[in-house]
Design a protein around this ligand. Structure first.
Ligand code: M6R
Length: 610
């Protein structure tokens, strides 16, 4: 979603702001802009093109100043246009904003009655006008006006404001949208996430919800919305600036697919010990960790939701714990009945997904025994607000399409369900040992599967010109079919649906013809025979099949059916290993279709608004 960068320094800030914006591009955006202050004058440049175009404008026109704010916008109120792009300026004030002001219409009417005119269709300009009204027309000191305006708005925001009359001070605030403060030497910064600021600092403050920050070159003060000063903690980030370079790869997504063996190794590091699962690295872990849990509710969005669906199979099979999975945007608006001794699990790559966070906050008052998040970002809101936090340790994921975050989420769920299975005595030592051994072999097994890269690149050519595609799976592979379909549609724009193969004849079989490729995930498991019957149903109707199997299938490749054999593996690893070729398939189809692989249209990496 939108990205914010702001800086107050003794050097020119435009290069810092532009570099920060480039590093936030992965979040998804449709326009961008920046505003600097020099000798009490604003220079404000905006474009509906990419950040490189903004860089060219800065080079051509200049953008002097030692204080500035910058923004990548993902449109919510008003189309992507230069007028709607941020920063917005009213009088001496300029503002950038990530989030949504829900009561903007009401505030706007009141401000129009006070004589304000609006150039854009954005809620941001209304927020700025409210601050301006309180500061200029009501004569409040700017910080007081800023805080009062924020108390008047409903919704979510991360904002940065600069006053050209007093450019030595940046005012920032957050409520429901993330931002971090980066600490430099005689210069300080603000950004939507640490990745934007890694070239200038590794020292960060993560302000809590409902914080206002007053930032100068030499000081950072954080307050609540009533301007009571808050204590802050400085954290060192161990991410390096290189962690967001593509290296030898053409796209971040491709790099992240191939990073999976290493990422999976990191996920299990220290968590497998002498054939047992050791979860003492989970934040909040105690000796009685989850001992009394009888039910599990998993809530997440998108790919993370698919991980949750796989988790349900494992929690029920390995730990005998009744589990259900819900989409966060649905969970947060219904009245859930919470059974006694229930654990609430959220899953999220970013830890900032608005619906997932809102569900967690709701669950905290619903009588759950505890909340646990499985998350990739250690400093995220989800990690900070959950009772327990299990980090996926996938490393920064930049491509909008979630790849290594998903497979590491799966591995966390497998570790957790195996752990619960042993503490609840549902699996014995031998079974636990066998799973741990399989997990230890996982990085090598993943590397071996990724060797199918070239084969999948050729296979993708068979999808050229196709507009629709079905993905089928059964049992624990059904969520993998859903994930394969999501990957394909989000980056190649081929319409794809995942189905439980047994459900085919209840409707979707009507779609089958030679123009509808059908991808099947068919590992060697107890449902293979059933799946083969479903495959025959597709063949009988002239469908073109692409079957990912492990060689034990009775099916043979022919003009209608292509069998892609993957190496044999322990069944417990099937969901993780069969995901990899589906990611590659989506990637190569996107290349053929010429889409923007890392920043597909209309999508944002971190969905911080509803
Ligand atoms: O950061 P999160 O895992 O909470 O994000 C949830 C979804 O927005 C995300 O998984 C989305 O579906 C991905 N683009 C899928 O590749």
């Amino acid at each position: 979603m939108c990205g914010i960068v702001a800086a107050v320094a003794q050097r020119q800030v435009a290069p810092i702001l532009l570099e920060g914006l480039s590093r936030l591009e992965y979040r998804g955006y449709d326009s961008c802009g920046l505003c600097t202050v020099n000798q009490h004058e604003f220079t404000c440049l905006k474009t509906v093109e990419k950040v490189t175009a903004l860089k060219a404008m800065v080079q051509k026109q200049g953008c002097p100043g030692t204080t500035g704010i910058a923004h990548t916008r993902w449109a919510t109120h008003g189309e992507p246009s230069v007028t709607n792009a941020h920063p917005h300026i009213i009088g001496d004030l300029a503002l950038v904003h990530n989030g949504i002001i829900e009561n903007f219409a009401e505030l706007k009417n009141a401000l129009i009655a006070e004589g304000y005119e609006f150039k854009s269709q954005t809620d941001t300009e209304v927020l700025l006008a409210e601050i301006h009204f309180l500061a200029v027309k009501k004569g409040l000191p700017l910080k007081t006006a800023f805080a009062k305006a924020l108390r008047n708005v409903k919704g979510s925001y991360a904002i940065a404001l600069v006053d050209r009359k007093n450019p030595e001070t940046l005012l920032c605030a957050r409520q429901g949208s993330p931002f971090v403060i980066g600490l430099g030497i005689e210069e300080n910064f603000v950004a939507s996430d640490v990745l934007a600021l890694l070239p200038v600092t590794h020292r960060f403050i993560y302000p809590e919800e409902g914080s206002i920050a007053e930032i100068t070159v030499s000081s950072v003060k954080v307050f609540d919305l009533n301007l009571n000063e808050r204590k802050t903690e400085i954290c060192e980030s161990d991410l390096d600036a290189e962690s967001i370079s593509k290296g030898k790869y053409r796209h971040f997504m491709q790099k992240e697919i191939f990073e999976q063996p290493q990422a999976l190794e990191h996920t299990s590091l220290g968590r497998i010990c002498d054939g047992t699962v050791d979860l003492s690295s989970v934040r909040g872990f105690t000796a009685d960790f989850l001992k009394n849990i009888e039910n599990i509710k998993i809530v997440a969005c998108g790919t993370s939701y698919h991980a949750g669906l796989v988790g349900k199979y494992w929690f029920e099979e390995l730990a005998g714990i009744s589990s259900s999975v819900e989409i966060a945007s649905e969970y947060r608006y219904r009245k859930a009945v919470v059974k006694p001794h229930s654990l609430f699990i959220t899953i999220s790559q970013s830890g900032e997904t608005a619906d997932t966070l809102a569900s967690l906050r709701l669950a905290q008052n619903q009588g759950y025994e505890a909340s646990l998040c499985i998350c990739n970002v250690a400093a995220s809101s989800l990690v900070r607000e959950s009772d327990y936090a299990m980090l996926t340790r996938a490393g920064a994921e930049i491509g909008v399409a979630s790849t290594k975050a998903f497979t590491t989420q799966l591995l966390c769920l497998l570790l957790l369900s195996t752990y619960l299975g042993t503490v609840q005595k549902k699996i014995n030592d031998t079974q636990c040992n066998e799973i741990c051994n399989a997990i230890s072999e996982l990085p090598n097994a993943a590397s071996e599967v990724l060797e199918c890269d070239h084969r999948i690149a050729l296979l993708a050519e068979r999808f050229a010109g196709k507009h629709h595609c079905l993905f089928l799976g059964r049992g624990i592979m059904y969520p993998i079919a859903l994930e394969g379909a999501l990957k394909l549609k989000e980056i190649s724009y081929i319409h794809a649906e995942g189905y439980a193969a047994g459900e085919l004849k209840h409707g979707p079989i009507a779609l089958i013809d030679e123009n509808m490729p059908v991808v099947v995930v068919a590992p060697d498991n107890e449902l293979l025979g059933k799946l083969e019957s479903n495959i025959e149903e597709v063949r009988a109707r002239g469908g073109k099949l692409f079957v990912f199997s492990q060689g034990k299938t009775n099916l043979k490749s022919d003009s209608q059916t292509e069998i892609i054999a993957l190496p044999a593996s322990n069944p417990v690893l099937h969901p993780i290993l069969f995901t990899l070729p589906l990611q590659l398939l989506a990637y190569y189809c996107a290349l053929i279709n010429g889409t923007d692989v890392d920043q597909p249209r209309n999508l944002a990496k971190s969905v911080t608004v509803e």
